[in-house]
Every structure is written in structure tokens, then in C-alpha cells.
Design a protein around this ligand. Sequence first.
Ligand code: GRF
Length: 234
Amino acid sequence: MTLPIAVLVSGSGSNLQSIIDRIEEGVLDAEIKLVISNKPGAYGIERAQNHDIPHRVLLHTDYRSREAFDEAMMEAIRESGVDETGVVVMAGFMRIVTPGFLKAFEHRVINIHPALLPSFAGVHGQSDAADYGVKISGCTVHFVDEEMDHGPVIIQAAVPCQAGEDGDVLGSRILKLEHRVFPQALQWLAEERLVIEGRHVRLKVSGQPCATQPMADVQPNTCALVWPPLEKGF
Ligand code: GRF
């Protein structure tokens, strides 16, 4: 089934671009019904325009409350054709969504965070990890719940960190992997292969509805650890 998605952005939208590219390559079976930005001038909106994707700028400052803003987003998303079979993708969307929004799209909102959660949650994941001096950081795609950067984890990718490098350098290394794992997570959703069991997300092996990925599938020469492993095309 082609997965209907709405993408929420606040900035550059490079993750949005990676999703657009995988769709155009025919690797990701999804259709972006709407891109919403809460920031005027976000480059993500220009990316949507460049690919004839419907887009809206909804400024949160125009609404009297967080709930009212989220109601407006919900309405726009529903009108675009994303229903309970679709997914809302937070791709660099710098806002926390309300419980009402999450209820409207239950288990259908996903986010990408530029650190290995639960370490370095919050808006400065890359620089917090760099400043802390960790040797490995990475990114996490997860279902969104009511706590920030907290819901069940779908996929994580690890990258090495160099002593003394700053958050921007580390962040650009992480971003390259973000562009691979985020579309992959969406493809698993399109294939209905993700099962949430409490905090755990089980990935069903393609074609085998009950099986999960066996650990023996890790290739000895895998250099960047991405788990579950990326599949063909991602
Ligand atoms: C990414 O690093 C993402 O993990 C974080 O915000 C950044 C957005 O980048 N949530 P972009 O707008 O997709 O280029």
C-alpha cells in the first residue's frame, strides 16, 4: 500500500528531501500529501514547491494556544488525505505536539532525533554529545509519545566521534545517516512491518509475518552500526 504521509518541518528540510528522493527513485512506497512548516521562509517549503508537493505555512504565533495550533495542523493534515492509515513525519519540526494531536494519529507520528536516545534528548543533541566527549553518537527514529524524544525506538544508527570536534562537524556526519534511516523506517511502516509492544518495536522479516530480524544477519564487515539493518535501496 502506498503510505500517505504529512511532513512537518521548521527549517532546512534535508530529511524531507531524502524522503522525496527515495519516493522518486521508487524505493519508498509513500506519497507526501502535505508539507507543513511552522516557520516562515523555511527552506523545506521551497523543497516541497520544487517537487509540486502541497504545502502550507502555519505559524504557531498566529494561534492563541498550543492546542489551537495543533487543531489547525490536524485539520490541514486530514484535508490533505492523511487519515489513520497514514503517518505524520516530524522532520526537524522544532515543536512538541499536544496529547490531542497524538490521539488523533495514534502510533502514527514519528520523529528523528540526532543522538542515540535516551542520551542527549532536546534541541542540541549533536553539540551536547560532542561537548560531553562521547566516542559514539548517532541518530534515532522513534514513535512520538507525550514526552519529548522518548517514544518507542524504530531504528538507530551509530557514528564515531573525534576528540575535540564540534557539534556541527559531528552533526553533519549524523545527518548523512539520518537521510538513510528515516526513509527506511517509513518504508517499514508502508509495508506494515512494525509492531509496537510497549517500549519495544519489533520489525517483522519481510514475507514472514511473525519472525524478527535474526542477530546472525549482522555482517562481520558492517562498519557503521545500523540496527535493524538497512534494506536494499536505503
Ligand atoms: C535533524 O538533525 C533532525 O534530526 C533534527 O533536526 C534536524 C533537521 O534537519 N530533529 P533538516 O531540516 O531535515 O535538514
